[in-house]
Write a protein that binds this ligand. Structure first.
Ligand code: GFB
Length: 310
């Protein structure tokens, strides 16, 4: 409830728990959580399940076993315990990395299982695909209004800015901050040619609330603005916003990950034709301002002494 996505759901309408209180990999702890919810004063209308072991291409390639086990246990426990405790409505998060690496573009909701995912994050991708299977099975057997969303790369406030294991935008913002403060070169991973779609966590919050209240289909729904940008172009945006004047280096020993994952947002645009996605430049400016104003308390900034970063 307090991470990149969960922190978007605030106010008296929500009861939120953090992984420090309930380790969702432990079945009995998840059951205790749902039992506790029974004694809360408010009617439980539904569950937005945002918990996951997540990371960028670096974390996914380094911790393949953990990414598989943790996410399979978290999702299996939450979906099964919600059912056992009579929860009727649940939204689960997949990711655009679940799609096959070799499939006809654009990526639509029907193509999830049409081939193996990219080697850089297959454990995480398969774990997320199993949540899709579990939800379809529970809808058929129990008639539950459980569904899943497929967000593209999410960025925003309260993200994990760890340089080694974080996603690309928070990692680059953090590295650019260090390079600027320590007057050192800014090193970018890979070739810069891969393409990504980025969606602001505020938009994900609004779209997910709509899905909880209005969407009830077996098939997941993609949440994306379907606007691709190259890593190189997004680096230029970050450098401009952060007023970095130093040298930029490219580390070709680091992975490019998937070359692209162009998602088709026809379905969400059909339901919400007037939804306005946050422009990337505006979203990055807000995220960078927040990061610089909160540096000491931001997740992932304790990973190093900024003046010893090379
Ligand atoms: O967000 P990211 O790490 O993961 O983006 P994916 C990786 C892309 O950004 C690669 C480039 O093309 C990298 O070469 N990049 C450049 C960097 N500099 C950096 C850097 O300093 N840090 C990082 N992390 N990347 C993830 C999946 O894939 O997408 C997850 O692994 C999840 O499971 C997430 O699905 C949404 O976009 O490649």
């Amino acid at each position: 409830g307090y991470g990149l996505v969960g922190s978007q759901f605030t106010g008296d309408d929500y009861i939120k728990y953090s992984s420090k209180t309930y380790d969702l990999r432990e079945t009995n702890r998840v059951d205790s959580m749902f039992k506790k919810l029974r004694y809360e004063p408010m009617q439980l209308d539904g569950v937005i399940h945002t918990a996951a072991k997540v990371g960028g291409v670096g974390g996914n390639m380094k911790y393949k076993g953990e990414f598989f086990y943790d996410n399979v246990m978290i999702n299996t426990n939450v979906i099964e315990s919600a059912r056992k405790h009579n929860v009727k409505n649940l939204v689960c998060f997949l990711s655009t990395c679940v799609f096959p690496d070799d499939v006809e573009y654009p990526l639509t909701e029907k193509k999830i299982h049409l081939g193996p995912p990219h080697f850089s994050n297959y454990p995480y991708a398969y774990a997320k695909r199993m949540a899709d299977i579990q939800i379809r099975a529970y809808r058929e057997q129990y008639g539950l209004n459980y569904k899943s969303v497929i967000p593209t790369n999410i960025y925003g406030l309260n993200d994990n800015f760890d340089i080694e294991n974080g996603h690309v935008l928070p990692s680059l913002i953090h590295k650019c901050y260090i390079a600027r403060e320590a007057k050192r070169p800014l090193t970018i991973w890979g070739s810069g040619t891969p393409l990504r779609e980025f969606i602001n966590s505020k938009d994900i919050g609004k779209l997910t609330e709509w899905v909880l209240e209005n969407y009830n289909e077996d098939e997941p729904i993609i949440l994306s603005n379907s606007e691709e940008i190259s890593i190189k172009e997004v680096v230029e945006m970050i450098i401009e916003i952060m007023n970095f004047k130093g040298e930029v280096k490219w580390d070709s020993d680091k992975p490019d990950g998937q070359h692209r994952k162009p998602s088709d947002n026809t379905k969400i645009k059909h339901y919400l034709p007037d939804f306005k996605f946050t422009p990337l430049y505006e979203g990055l400016k807000e995220t960078i301002t927040w990061f610089e104003n909160n540096y000491e308390s931001v997740r992932g900034t304790k990973c190093m002494d900024i003046y010893n970063y090379n």
